[in-house]
Design a protein around this ligand. Structure first.
Ligand SMILES: CC(=O)N[C@H]1[C@@H](OP(=O)(O)OP(=O)(O)OC[C@H]2O[C@@H](n3ccc(=O)[nH]c3=O)[C@H](O)[C@@H]2O)O[C@H](CO)[C@@H](O)[C@@H]1O
Ligand SMILES: C=C(OP(=O)(O)O)C(=O)O
Length: 460
């Protein structure tokens, strides 16, 4: 993937006092145990995959997030019934899927909305989905999704920003992905479950969320082999049945709390976790000097070593270091001893947090897509603006370590991907509060159930 520096990005709009913001008093240690929510990126793919059957599905461990609420709204716009039946349990009844087009206003806000293309095409023989939105971290084309569906016999054209795919009957095919795209692997895998004959995806993405999706499809009766390896083989079946399924824990949320432990030099226990999903993150943190141990089934303990040392990081497809953890690790490296080089190779515009971290006293320069991070002794609190989801997490982490007060605006990014993050951090002893839009500048509002991030996730 081509990488270009983010130096030429316009600065994010300054925070307005009328916007919601987080206020953090940093420089304090954390302690205790934190529970990881279900994986956002799995849940979104599984919600789309539930369209493949005509029977009800129940998903457990779905996080309460703005993205999940949006995906629920998209499914409902297609005639599908989506109901939260208990905390983090979502019932999806796709029997009445009848609409093959999704509204732009809904699809525009998240990348995962595009996951519905393959299932709708497989079920209805036609789909019209606007090009997706999501974090503005690069161009994020959909050519690999399109070529995959074409290999299954679909006719696909893109006009006026809408992807239209038609196929009376999808047929298995052989697809080599030029890049192991997570989304393209998922789109093709879902469509292929109902295609006639065998589909082989070569150079497939190996991310745990791809495996979770394959396992969910298998629980519905799909025949899928090799998920988690570079070659996935799908033998199409005439129909899939309903299923009840538990979403895997969110490895990126776990990694974010691991980074919070490292930067505040605290001991934290984090779980549930599949350590093999975080092998690269654990290895990097150990290299930097943290002590990371598995202290029980599915619980990691992160504690401080003698020093936090610089290290180089290159983001890569799984099992490499995840791009979704790059920003958070940049915060930790900003206060580690020595100079680190971070190379973002997955997305060409995912260094927008650099100027904001520098505002907090970090010393980071961007040169040809690489961030050169010179460790400083301390960060100091300042007002900053989140530019995307993981950038916002990086700013929260930096704010926990920065001396004095940090305010973070642009919380709609954070609320896309972190369930109750400030409540979880407060329980660990962090001095973090959310100020709601109506609040006077110095007046803290307790998070009202009707307007806070939990409300954003209302359907779950
Ligand atoms: C909802 C979801 O699951 N999002 C995740 C998913 O995004 P997403 O599925 O969008 O990420 P991809 O793996 O597809 O993208 C990786 C690279 O491939 C490029 N590409 C992708 C598709 C395509 O048709 N053509 C193309 O060139 C992208 O521009 C990017 O440079 O995987 C990313 C990589 O781990 C994560 O950061 C995102 O959190
Ligand atoms: C980039 C992310 O999400 P999305 O693909 O939905 O933009 C993310 O989860 O970090």
């Amino acid at each position: 993937m081509g990488i270009e520096p983010s130096l030429h990005q316009p600065s994010p709009a300054p925070a307005k006092l009328a916007d919601a913001y987080l206020q953090i008093e940093g420089g304090y240690r954390l302690s205790g145990e934190v529970t990881t929510s279900g994986a956002k990126n799995s849940s979104l793919a599984l919600m789309a995959a539930s369209l493949l059957t005509m029977e009800p599905c129940r998903l457990h461990n779905v996080p309460k997030l703005a993205d999940i609420r949006m995906m629920s709204a998209i499914l409902e716009s297609l005639g599908v019934r989506v109901r939260p039946v208990a905390d983090n349990i979502l019932d999806i009844d796709p029997r009445f899927l009848s609409v093959h087009r999704a509204p732009y206003e809904l699809v525009n806000s998240l990348r995962a909305s595009f996951f519905i293309l393959g299932p709708i095409l497989a079920r209805l023989g036609m789909a019209r989905i606007p090009l997706p939105g999501g974090c503005a971290i690069g161009a994020r084309p959909v050519d690999l999704h399109v070529r995959g569906l074409q290999a299954l016999g679909a006719q696909v054209r893109i006009e006026h920003g809408i992807v239209e795919a038609r196929a009376r009957k999808l047929r298995g095919g052989r697809i080599y992905l030029d890049y192991p795209s997570v989304g393209a692997t998922e789109t093709i895998m879902m469509a292929a479950t109902l295609a006639e004959g065998e589909t082989v995806i070569e150079n497939a993405a190996q991310e745990p969320e791809v495996v979770d999706l394959a396992n969910f499809c298998r629980s519905m009766g799909a025949h899928i082999r090799g998920a988690g390896s570079k070659t996935i083989v799908i033998s199409g079946v005439p129909r899939l049945h309903g299923s009840e399924y538990h979403v895997i824990p969110d490895r990126i949320e776990t990694g974010t709390f691991m980074a919070a432990a490292a930067i505040t030099r605290s001991t934290l226990r984090i779980g549930p976790v599949f350590p093999e999903h975080l092998a690269a993150v654990i290895a990097k943190l150990r290299e930097m000097g943290s002590v990371v141990n598995l202290v029980g089934p599915g619980t990691l303990e992160v504690s401080p070593g003698r020093v936090m040392a610089a290290t180089d990081i290159e983001t890569l497809p799984f099992p490499g270091f995840p791009t979704d953890m790059q920003a958070q690790f940049m915060s930790v490296l900003a206060v580690s001893e020595g100079t680190s080089i971070i190379s973002e190779t997955v997305f060409e515009n995912r260094l927008m947090h650099v100027p904001e971290l520098n505002r907090l006293g970090a010393d980071i320069r961007v040169r040809s897509g690489h961030a050169i991070v010179r460790g400083v002794l301390k960060l100091s609190g300042a007002p900053v603006v989140a530019t995307d989801l993981r950038a916002s997490a990086a700013l929260v982490i930096a704010g926990l370590a920065a001396h004095g007060t940090t305010t973070i605006a642009g919380l709609h990014h954070l609320d896309r991907g972190y369930e109750s993050i400030e409540k979880k951090l407060q329980a660990l002893g962090a001095r973090i509060e959310r100020h709601l839009p109506s609040a006077a500048p110095n007046e803290v509002n307790k998070i009202a159930a009707t307007t806070g991030p939990d409300a954003a996730a209302a359907p779950v």
